[in-house]
Design a protein around this ligand. Structure first.
Ligand SMILES: [Zn+2]
Length: 155
């Protein structure tokens, strides 16, 4: 079953790197540096709340939440994956903007000419753009590294 669209997160402000990783995996993840306390709980209305705050963990709120214990982002990611039994079939890597959480889509190579460094334009054939912030993505070495990390996460 495809759970990629039903698993949605709201992360508290101490979990920036984890949020970035969840977006890399394709999960809709709300994160902002000023999102905390009641405001965070409110934002997480229909989302899974990711928190490191014991007070929030112990609060009686009718929301699913995951209490993150590790300080290391890759271990934090593992905690989330284990808590929800997320499998490789549940993820949609590189389908979401790391910066703003919006979905990214394929664009014609010609449309990004002059918007990316020339050597990138010359050497890459596949480009994507964020539907919200217009950031441009391509399959660079960072994507290869991320793929390795994802591979290790699910083996
Ligand atoms: Zn964006």
């Amino acid at each position: 079953m495809d759970r990629s669209s039903e698993i949605r997160f709201a992360a508290e402000m101490t979990l920036g790197k984890l949020s970035k990783w969840l977006r890399i995996l394709g999960f809709d993840t709300v994160y902002a540096a000023n999102l905390a306390g009641e405001k965070l709980i409110d934002t997480a209305r229909d989302r899974i709340l990711l928190t490191r705050t014991k007070r929030i963990r112990n609060m009686k709120i009718a929301k699913e939440r995951i209490f993150i214990t590790s300080n290391c982002p890759s271990e934090q990611l593992r905690e989330v994956v284990l808590a929800l039994s997320i499998t490789k079939e549940d993820i949609r890597p590189f389908s979401r903007c790391i910066q703003c959480n919006a979905s990214i889509r394929f664009v014609e190579k010609n449309t990004v000419r002059g918007k990316v460094p020339d050597y990138i334009w010359e050497s890459q054939d596949t480009f994507y753009t964020c539907s919200h912030c217009r950031r441009i993505y391509w399959s660079g070495s960072h994507i290869r590294r991320s793929r390795d990390i994802i591979h290790r996460l699910f083996t």
